[in-house]
Every structure is written in structure tokens, then in C-alpha cells.
Write a protein that binds this ligand. Structure first.
Ligand code: PMP
Length: 396
């Protein structure tokens, strides 16, 4: 049997691969601590669950409109006004089965063969693979810990060519935790003002998980707003990863294109999730803010725990729930059995010796780093870092 050539063009997500390896070890009875996955370890807030139960009893059980129920799209517009002071209408909004699908829709709607998509490193694993599926070309713009994992307007300008179609980034950033300030976004917006054919995909899924102040969207700059596609969803801010709901706000032409694609792939997302989402987006945000408080505590603790570990170098993340330290200090070191050459080697070493799963930086476009989540209980985080510290100490 010959599978399609499409499958050769992209890789499976490294994050899911690491989680799978962890599960396999766990099935053998080994106590693996998972610092690889990107999801809150909290339960969905009660009032949102109740809305879903009500939706079931009220028989919201039929196919839904492809871009989402109108009341949900209105609720999303209300959220944009409340949280971001942005004006959108339901025609700008397309609801999907997760921000991942929203990104796939938008990239397939915009990117043609060999179009260039600019992506600052480090970036979320799926971005580059979706671009490859669309037959576009990934152009990385390197950022490093020194620049707070943010790119400058000069770097952006230098990366633009006549083939540049899309700029794609996340703030807060997965994996680095970088959060762009209003001034930093304005610097990038000034470059886009000179290049009117570039579309900007702004992934804001970690909007609420921000440790440094207010969330800023690049869509706030009115003269480029119609070229900005905001991607967001319920997974991170409301602890609803399994419910599968994402959305975009975009120019109506792009929204229509996404609707057309989604109409053939999945149709509208779950009726029950949509009804619960209306409640999530328009009522009490306190449970989300309580989660953020807990992430703030854990972030402080993790920074304390890694402070004295040689060769684990990183500054405190400004948002999201990961640290992304440079661990290149360990390249060339060995415990007598295993020699570490890459961040992938280090992740496997930590999985096999410390029984802690993490994700290699290569997958995010930064081979010197490893991503460790702090979306786990304080107790597990402390235990994991004690084990990591011991395993790293054996590398000479
Ligand atoms: N964007 C980023 C930056 C993410 O980290 C994730 C989830 N890990 C997503 C999008 C996808 O989220 P969803 O669960 O809504 O598909």
C-alpha cells in the first residue's frame, strides 16, 4: 500500500509523542511525571459544566451552523469588546473544533505553494507543520533568551521578501512565555504598515495566563486590523482542552474562506460545547483568574527550584505555563552510558532516568532549549525538579 505524499511533508506533534512515551512507561508501572503537555491541570469551572448539562437536557443535539451558533459568535464579540476593546461583528467570527483547527483553517485559506510564512522562533510545534501541509515555506526569525525571546522590527523588516504572505506568532508565547507589550507590537505594526500584502496571524490562546500585566493584541492598531487574524479558544483560559472549541476574528472574506474549508472537514463544532462556551465567555471570570493565581505561585516556585541547577538557564516567563531554559551546557556530557548531543537526547535521558517528560527545543525551532510545563501540582513540580536536578548532576 502506498500512503499519500502529503504524509511525508510534515511531522507528528513532538508534544503528543512525548506524552505517548510517558504513558507507555507508566503502563509498565513506572511513576512518570508529565511536564510535557500543554494543558491546565484544573477541572472546568462548575458553572460552565452546568451549562453543558443544561444544553444536553434542552436537546441541543443537532448539527450546528458551520461557523458556530449566532449567540456564541455574539458572545465572542462581547468578549473582544470587554477584554480587548476590539469591535467585531458575528460575520468576523468563525468557531472551530479548537484553536488548532482555527490555525489550520486560516493557513489553508491563505497560504499557496511556496508562499513564505514568517514565524519567530521559538514557536508552537504545529505552526511549521501546518505551513508544510499547505505547501508554504517556513521562514524562521530567530529570537533568543537575550532578547527576551522577542523579535525586533528590524529583524522583521529584514525577513520580508516579495513572497512573504503571512506573519504568524503567539503572545503570550508557547514555548518561551514571552509577552509582547503594546510598544513592542506597535514597532512590528509600523513594519506591516509598509507591507500591505502581509496577513498577520496572532495566536492569543494564552491571553489570560499573563504574569506581567494586561494582554495586548496587535489588532488594536486600527489601520492594520483588517489584516490581523486573531486565534483564540477556551482550552487554556477555562481549562477546557477536551471540550474542543477555538475561534477566529478576521476580515469577513477570510472568515468566509475558513467556513468553506471547515464545511468540508468537520462542520460546526459540538452543540453542547458551544452552549457552554456562551456561558464561559460572558459570565464569571473568577475561576480563570484563580487558576492564573495558582500558575503565578508555581512559576515563582519553579524559578526558585531551578536557580541553583547548573546549566539550566532561563528568565521567568511573562505568560503561559512553561519554562524554556537553555540547556546546551549539557551537550557533550555523559553519565557513562548516555552522551547528550541534542536537546532531544536530554529529554530522553530525563524521561528514562528521572522519569520526567519534557519536550525538546528542536520541535519549537530552538535546539538549545527544552520546554518544561508547570501545569502540574506543586507537589509533582517539586518532585519532578528534584529528580531532574539529580539526573543532571550525573552528567559529567
Ligand atoms: N496555540 C498554541 C500556542 C497552543 O499552545 C495550543 C495548545 N497547545 C493551541 C494553539 C491549540 O489549542 P486548542 O486546544 O484550542 O486546539
Amino acid at each position: 500500500m502506498q500512503l499519500s505524499s502529503l504524509l511525508q511533508r510534515f511531522n507528528e506533534p513532538e508534544t503528543l509523542k512525548m506524552a505517548k512515551l510517558g504513558r507507555e512507561l507508566r503502563a509498565q508501572g513506572i511513576d512518570v511525571i508529565d511536564l510535557s503537555l500543554g494543558e491546565p491541570d484544573f477541572d472546568t469551572p462548575e458553572h460552565i459544566k452546568e451549562a453543558a448539562v443544561k444544553a444536553i437536557h434542552d436537546n441541543w443535539s443537532h448539527y450546528t451552523p458551520v461557523p458556530g451558533y449566532l449567540d456564541l459568535r455574539e458572545a465572542i464579540c462581547t468578549k473582544f469588546k470587554r477584554d480587548n476593546n476590539l469591535d467585531y461583528k458575528p460575520e468576523n467570527i468563525v468557531v472551530s473544533t479548537g484553536a488548532k483547527q482555527s490555525l489550520a483553517n486560516v493557513i489553508l485559506a491563505l497560504v499557496d505553494d511556496n508562499d513564505e510564512v514568517l514565524i519567530p522562533t521559538p514557536y508552537w510545534v504545529t505552526y511549521s507543520e501546518l505551513v508544510k501541509i499547505a505547501r508554504g515555506r517556513v521562514v524562521e526569525i530567530k529570537s533568543t533568551a537575550k532578547s527576551g525571546f522577542k523579535i525586533t522590527p528590524e529583524q522583521l523588516e529584514a525577513a520580508i521578501t516579495p513572497h512573504t504572505k503571512v506573519f504568524l506568532f503567539s503572545s503570550p508565547c508557547n514555548p518561551s512565555g514571552a509577552v509582547y507589550s503594546k510598544e513592542e507590537l506597535e514597532g512590528l505594526a509600523n513594519v506591516f504598515r509598509k507591507h500591505p500584502n502581509i496577513q498577520i496571524i496572532s495566536d492569543e490562546i494564552y491571553e489570560y495566563i499573563n504574569f506581567v500585566g494586561s494582554h495586548e493584541s496587535i489588532a488594536q492598531f486600527e489601520d492594520i486590523k483588517d489584516r490581523v487574524i486573531i486565534v483564540n479558544g477556551l482550552s487554556k483560559g477555562f481549562a477546557m482542552t477536551g471540550w474542543r472549541l477555538g475561534y477566529i476574528a478576521a476580515d469577513p472574506a477570510i472568515a468566509k474562506a475558513c467556513e468553506k474549508l471547515q464545511g468540508q472537514f468537520t462542520s460546526g463544532t459540538s452543540s453542547i460545547t458551544q452552549k457552554a462556551a456562551v456561558v464561559a465567555l460572558t459570565t464569571d471570570l473568577r475561576p480563570s483568574m484563580d487558576m492564573v493565581k495558582e500558575f503565578t505561585r508555581r512559576r515563582a516556585r519553579v524559578m526558585e527550584l531551578i536557580k541553583d541547577i547548573p546549566g539550566v538557564v532561563c528568565s521567568a516567563p511573562e505568560g503561559a505555563f512553561y519554562i524554556f531554559p537553555d540547556i546546551s551546557y549539557y551537550f557533550g556530557k555523559s553519565d557513562g552510558k548516555t552522551t547528550i548531543h541534542t536537546s532531544g537526547d536530554l529529554c530522553m535521558y530525563l524521561l528514562n532516568t528521572a522519569h520526567v517528560s519534557s519536550v525538546m527545543g528542536e520541535a519549537f525551532g530552538d535546539p538549545d532549549c527544552v520546554r518544561f510545563s508547570f501545569a502540574n501540582s506543586m507537589e509533582k513540580i517539586e518532585e519532578a525538579w528534584a529528580r531532574i536536578s539529580k539526573a543532571l548532576a550525573s552528567l559529567k
